[in-house]
Design a protein around this ligand. Sequence first.
Ligand SMILES: C[S@@+](CC[C@H](N)C(=O)[O-])C[C@H]1O[C@@H](n2cnc3c(N)ncnc32)[C@H](O)[C@@H]1O
Length: 243
Amino acid sequence: MNNAADFHTQEDDVFGRIAGRYDLLSDLFSFGIHRLWKRRVAAIITREPWTDLLDVAAGTGDVVLKVARRQGLRSGQKIVASDISPQMLAIARRRATQLKVPVEFRVLDAHAMPGVADNSVDLYSISLGLKICERKLALREALRVLKPGGRFIALEASNISVRWLHRAYLGYMAVCMPVIGWAATGGDASAYRYLLKGIQDFPTAEGLAAELREMGFADVSFERLSLGIVAIHTARKPFGPRP
Ligand SMILES: C[S@@+](CC[C@H](N)C(=O)[O-])C[C@H]1O[C@@H](n2cnc3c(N)ncnc32)[C@H](O)[C@@H]1O
């Protein structure tokens, strides 16, 4: 189990460099469809009962802002949006202020979040961030901070189940991402190289579900969106020790 994008935050502050263009790049790479994927994640989050929500690798805050706008915050509820990049979080904070939604922002590394107590989070979400993390570390940390019974939700690149279509999609992305990425970042190659590698090497939906079970998550399931270009995995931290 590893890091699909072969991305190491300490070695390349790529998200800090492209923060101001990240939202534009997301729209260009996905033709705007990422908004529908995140809307679906927000819908799943809002139908769950939770008091403390931690969104990890939150970027410019798309998911938490959708959640906060969708349901407003009920009494006692708290949303924390975290990311390793202060530049990405600065944009998220600005958007939250404009929308007047109460979100707390914290710079946190998904691999080790010593500032978040064990068993303290009802709902942990991560969108399009797992492919650039060491999955094993990030998933172990998710399990640690979740309360027993707490919910895990991950939106991530996945596989179109029709093989030839998936290959065609990867071929298309291999051509399209460098061109769009190059133009939109003024020639910053790493900005799209990581994401492309992450898309190519991320496990299938079934593979990620198996990893989640292996890590100790319970009630693991997934739904494919856009034919399987991405999938949303949901799981729970079990109440008791592993059998
Ligand atoms: C592809 S963006 C996704 C952002 C946002 N969740 C979205 O869906 O638009 C990946 C984000 O992960 C963050 N990131 C990368 N490595 C991280 C780590 N180890 N811990 C926390 N965040 C990380 C980056 O700074 C970036 O904001």
